[in-house]
Design a protein around this ligand. Structure first.
Ligand code: PMP
Length: 380
């Protein structure tokens, strides 16, 4: 039985073109980009080209991209690095209850270091209001960190309006764009964020590589020390094959945003049509039309997430539970709890279906029919 992989928001298969360019880079570009001989210069050229591609994809400058080991390190560097560097201006940070643990745990670490963190609540669609950001800003706020697109329910935040509010304040604005990058257009010349985190493995690139965009002039302390790579903000020899693959994955993703958006909307509609046709009771978490195109989060009242996951796995459907980013977790998702409260009947029976490379409408039809059959069985 072939598995139908509907867990692309967790991680995604590597695109064949990406494997090709990575293999070439592994064979040929073994030099250290910091070496001045020809082999080193060749590696430097390839590194520079990749950085240019990635910078251009969000409207950034070449020198504003710092490679990291992924979204987690980018979030850690942005939050801890900027909080520590700007402590003389205040000790207040604003974030949301929707964030990934890479952000939440960084904030919790900072709380232990004496920082004061405000956690904003979303509405029942998973959206943070601009007014709540405005209301939380204080004279001692130094950082606002708000996720661009949510990994569990797909909610997209009004980043442009949030950025406009924060722009009138001393605070820096960071956004975790790990799920949004490559799924929707992001232009930092239009949305004035100071820092933005991206990860490669969500867009059919290799794992263990990402970047942090840091606007020129932003004060940031490094969280790793050593050589002078990455503008003295992150030390260590760059993972060149991964960076080359990341840039190729970025090119492919950016060129297909519109096409994939339409395709995934069709998938979502088909999925829901089948659930309706089978008379399944369900709730959509997040907004099907306006959320991240690849994420479909559905609660099935009267079931429990563990049984759903096990049964879907037996049927060859690979998906995640609501609390998608806590390894193996079947705990109620902190995102759904933030949206609906901890008594809601939705929070213990939600499944995230997420679409990507290799999926087709046939997969979606099979997955929806099997899901409907499992839900019926579990309710009996
Ligand atoms: N932020 C979000 C929104 C994510 O979905 C993820 C990946 N689950 C991360 C951060 C962490 O990224 P990485 O796996 O590259 O460390």
């Amino acid at each position: 039985m072939n598995t139908i992989y509907l867990d692309h928001a967790a991680t995604s298969p590597i695109h064949p073109q990406v494997i090709e360019v990575m293999t070439e880079a592994m064979k040929l570009e073994y030099g250290n980009p910091s070496s001045i001989h020809a082999i080193g210069r060749s590696a430097r050229r390839v590194l520079d080209e990749s950085r240019t591609t990635l910078a251009k994809s969000i409207g950034a400058k070449f020198s504003e991209i710092i490679f990291t080991s992924g979204g987690t390190e980018a979030d850690n560097l942005a939050i801890i690095g900027s909080a520590m560097a700007n402590r003389d201006k205040g000790n207040h940070i604003i974030t949301t209850k929707l964030e990934h643990h890479a952000v939440l745990h960084s904030c919790q670490y900072l709380e232990k270091q004496g920082f004061d963190v405000t956690y904003l609540s979303p509405d029942e669609h998973g959206v943070i209001s601009v007014e709540s950001v405005r209301g939380a800003l204080r004279s001692d706020t130094i950082l606002v960190t708000i996720m661009y697109g949510n990994n569990e329910v797909g909610a997209i935040q009004p980043m442009k309006d949030i950025a406009a509010v924060v722009a009138n304040h001393q605070a820096l604005l960071h956004t975790d764009a790990v799920q949004a990058f490559g799924a929707i257009q992001i232009d930092i010349t239009d949305i004035q964020v100071d820092m933005l985190s991206v990860s490669s493995h969500k867009i059919n690139g290799p794992k263990g590589i990402g970047f942090l965009y840091v606007r020129t002039g932003t004060k940031l302390l490094p969280v790793s020390f050593g050589g002078e790579q990455e503008l003295k903000r992150r030390a260590g020899t760059e993972n060149l094959p991964a960076i080359v693959g990341f840039a190729e994955a970025c090119r492919i993703a950016i060129n297909s945003i519109t096409e994939r958006k339409e395709q995934y909307l069709t998938y979502k509609k088909r999925f829901v049509e089948i659930l309706k046709h089978e008379n399944i009771e369900y709730y959509i978490n997040g907004n099907l039309e306006t959320g991240l195109p690849h994420v479909l989060n559905i609660s099935f009242p009267g079931t429990d997430v563990e049984s759903l996951l096990v049964n879907l796995d037996i049927e060859g459907i690979a998906v995640s539970s609501g609390s998608a980013c806590t390894a193996g977790s079947i705990e109620p998702s902190h995102v759904l709890v933030a949206m609906f409260g901890n008594k809601s009947e939705r929070i213990r029976n939600s499944i995230r279906f997420s679409f990507g490379l290799g999926n087709d409408i046939e997969h979606i039809t099979i997955a929806a029919e099997k899901t409907a059959a499992i839900v019926k069985r579990l309710r009996n």
